[in-house]
Design a protein around this ligand. Sequence first.
Ligand code: F3S
Length: 285
Amino acid sequence: MKIELAKTAGFCFGVRRAVDTVYQQAEGEGEKPIYTYGPIIHNAEVVKDLEQKGVRVLETEEELAAVTEGTVIIRSHGVPKKICDLMEEKGIRCVDATCPFVKKIHRIVAEESEKGAHIIIIGNPEHPEVVGISGWAKGEVTIIQTKEEAAAFQIPDPGQKVCVVSQTTFNYNKFKELVEIIEEKRYDINVLNTICSATKERQEEAYDIAKRVDAMIVIGDMRSSNTRKLFEICRNACADTYYIQTLDDLDMNQLRSVETVGITAGASTPNKIIEEVQNNVRKNF
Ligand code: F3S
């Protein structure tokens, strides 16, 4: 059997950096106890492993406000400015592992809104990254996710500048579609495409492999939306696509009659799990 593992499977640059930061802090450098503000990634195995190293997860702002000592790590999604301010006020040591690409959006939003622009964020209003981005604006912000919302958007003050940014993981075609609707209302809109290419590259490579192989394995947490999306893309190209969280979910019998297998994984899947799956598929055939 031939196995093809996607080069882009698993952690992107920003997630890897954030996870590495937590391990570094837990295994030495950091003032204890170590907290992460929200789970560092949506992967139960990693969160459990970190828990065993003493890393606790703060779920809410109230929990953060109750912290009196130690180190708080900000995950790759970033946080609103008020969260950074709260830590500073309390004198808690903060290690910022916000992905530099997200940090760049924070800077754009802070600077543009400072100059008086109305900020539009194209993205999911409930996603922590979008909540974080919106928390760096110094004025009004509108979050747009659907065509209906774009059509309903009214430019508050006809003389005011408008600056559009995007959630890093937003779909590019959908972003373009929404921007076109907004641009119909006015010409002088400053549009900054802040979509990160990591997701697109992972999806394109997965589709490419899925088209060629007899069976495809997608590894990732069931709650991870990017893994679900990856699974859909692969299933469209290869009917024999399997969504697994860990090696335990993989039924080797399903792969008995195939000659080629592709493997990819969502952005929050650790390398260890990917390797385990790859090695076991190889061993069994
Ligand atoms: Fe950063 Fe892009 Fe990953 S924005 S967290 S490298 S998806």
